[in-house]
Design a protein around this ligand. Sequence first.
Ligand code: GUN
Length: 290
Amino acid sequence: MICNNSDIQNKIIDGRLIARNIESSISEKVIKLKQSGIVPAIAVILVGEDPASVVYVRNKERAAQRCGILSKKDIYPESLTEKELINKIEELNNDPLIHGILVQLPLPSHIGEKKITEAINPSKDVDGFHPLNVGKIFTENAPFYPCTPYGILKMLDYYDIPVKGKNCVIIGQSNIVGKPLAVMLMNRLAAVSSLNIFTKDVKSIASKADVLISATGKAHLIDDGYVKDGAVVIDVGIANIGGKICGDVNFDKVINKVSKITPVPGGVGPLTVAVLMENTVKSAMGRLQK
Ligand code: GUN
């Protein structure tokens, strides 16, 4: 079947629209918090000048401004030591005016991500990466769920796409996206397949998915051969090819087959940022109860 323009529009998951809805409900909560004397605040740490990280951090800062959340950006040179970074995190852990701490990943290779993640107080871990919070994904009582997987669930909910009993295939098993998302989909009783770089015949597994999520960062990996007719395709990938931002999915090749698809840009990215703001406000609201 060949799609016309309005068919295509109906298939596109509008991440920016959903994010705007979330941000407007956050803004209302922020106003109430401020009336109670609490200014929600997030500290964002960037080490080095990775160009993609610089853009992500800027997007987070802008979202915080839109929501009325205070954002404190700390940028350090690549030469910062692991110990120095841990000391900075300790200061933020002890600062009662900071409700969320985010260390942008990836970090330079001399700094251990695991150690840094564990240094953040779990009650300020708005990324949801601390092992205590990751463990609580299993028991469905995490204070903060990782932003990208949670954003993906919010997209599915917005469009009334149930996953119970559905074949969900996730390509990529990072700690940030693939692994937590697998558990979060299992919690919703989906049949989940987690694929990685060593998985044989990714194409044949992917092409049986009702919901296909690709998080590899390999531009245009996914073409029509990977997609079942009527599948929902969520593209978490982001790559810069000759100055043009593109995802894991070759949109033009799969659009005729999918029932819904996220664009890149304007799909998953805005949701990740909106959930981060939601987590920050949730942390600040916890302060209200103390
Ligand atoms: N790098 C890529 N995605 C993320 C994210 O969600 N949080 C952090 N801290 N770093 C990232």
